[in-house]
Design a protein around this ligand. Structure first.
Ligand SMILES: Nc1nc2c(c(=O)[nH]1)N=C([C@H](O)[C@@H](O)CO)CN2
Length: 120
């Protein structure tokens, strides 16, 4: 299964459960692996036949920066649904990392979700 990916997309948004988090913006990182058969685009060297990672990135920057969820789980579900419906992605794996949430966790903390159907 071919994939188009995005790594370490940084977005600042309102996110968090606690009162002190509701009035600030915090940095989140998004990693996305998205199923896409790239053969037609490669054969014709044509961007319109593939999944445009720049377009997906821009959409996520716009969407996420305007949200204010408490849980990263809630945000992850919305982002996955948006990417699948707006870009016709049949399967994805999404990692949302909240880098500053646990200071002792050097690599950040977060969630990983997989949604959709992954073909062979
Ligand atoms: N599984 C989760 N655990 C926690 C979350 C979350 O969104 N998902 N959020 C918090 C707080 O907002 C925390 O990030 C503040 O430092 C705690 N645990």
């Amino acid at each position: 299964m071919d994939q188009v990916f995005i790594r370490g997309l940084e977005v600042e948004t309102v996110i968090g459960v606690y009162d002190w988090e509701r009035g600030i913006r915090q940095r989140l990182l998004f990693d996305l692996d998205m199923a896409w058969d790239i053969r037609a685009a490669a054969a014709q060297d044509d961007l319109s036949l593939t999944l445009d990672y720049a377009a997906v990135s821009q959409r996520l920057l716009t969407y996420v920066s305007a949200t204010d969820f408490e849980l990263i789980e809630s945000l992850a579900e919305r982002v996955a649904a948006l990417v699948m419906s707006e870009f016709s992605v049949p399967w994805l794996r999404l990692t949302v990392t909240k880098p500053g949430a646990v200071k002792e966790a050097a690599g950040g903390v977060g969630v990983v979700i997989e949604r959709g159907t992954r073909s062979a």
